[in-house]
Write a protein that binds this ligand. Structure first.
Ligand SMILES: N[C@@H](CCC(=O)N[C@@H](CS)C(=O)NCC(=O)O)C(=O)O
Length: 201
């Protein structure tokens, strides 16, 4: 195997989180774009839990958690504060975000209540971003794809919320060249395809 292989899904916030440091450090992988309802056999063999992203290293190591992929690419040890924000994002915020976005997938869920609960995290994030010191790039990359997903669900509502720091922070990341490279479109991967190298220049 010449390069690590990354099974990825363009819009998935976990996969975006994994790809951003690859763009920033030019960590080259063979990108395999996955459609979740039609997951590749090879991906399921190496990672039966079936979530993306999955990184397969040339020595056969499989990394199947997005944060661990970031840590591998960046040799990143999270500080206590970083671990706190990632945990709030991955557990508290994402929990309510999923129920806000897909209320029909759950029993007895009120999407507006879920939006209110998710907003508690965003209010705290807004205060923290305003107070500084600025988060390190890798922490921003671990968090902003999830705020993007939340914002996109009802952009009109999000845009009128009083989170000035969150708005500026999200806009800065979404408008960055790195994010544009990260979000380049690729067709669904199939066995036998010509290798797609990511990131592309
Ligand atoms: N904890 C995992 C979560 C990854 C995850 O849930 N990815 C979603 C796509 S955004 C997925 O693969 N969902 C398919 C499923 O849960 O069956 C990580 O951090 O990589």
């Amino acid at each position: 195997m010449a390069q690590p292989i990354l099974y990825s899904f363009r819009r998935c916030p976990y996969a975006i989180r994994a790809r951003m440091p690859m763009v920033r450090t030019n960590f080259e992988v063979e990108l395999r774009e996955v459609v979740l309802r039609d997951r590749p056999e090879h991906m399921m063999e190496i990672s039966p839990k079936g979530t993306v992203p999955v990184l397969l290293l040339p020595d056969g190591t499989v990394i199947e958690e997005s944060l661990e992929i970031m840590q591998h690419v960046l040799e990143w040890e999270l500080s206590e504060e970083e671990a706190h924000w990632v945990e709030r994002n991955d557990e508290e915020f994402k929990f309510h975000l999923d129920r806000y976005k897909y209320p029909n997938r759950y029993d007895d869920v009120d999407e507006i209540e879920q939006r209110r609960l998710a907003s508690a995290y965003l209010s705290d994030l807004d205060v923290r971003l305003g107070e500084g010191p600025a988060f390190a790039t890798q922490l921003n990359d671990a968090l902003f794809p999830f705020v993007r997903q939340f914002a996109n669900h009802d952009r009109g509502w999000f845009d009128v919320q009083p989170w000035v720091n969150v708005h500026a922070w999200l806009t800065k990341h979404l408008e960055s060249e790195e994010f544009k490279r990260c979000m380049k479109k690729h067709k669904q991967w199939a066995s036998g395809d010509v290798v797609t190298v990511f990131p592309t220049p």
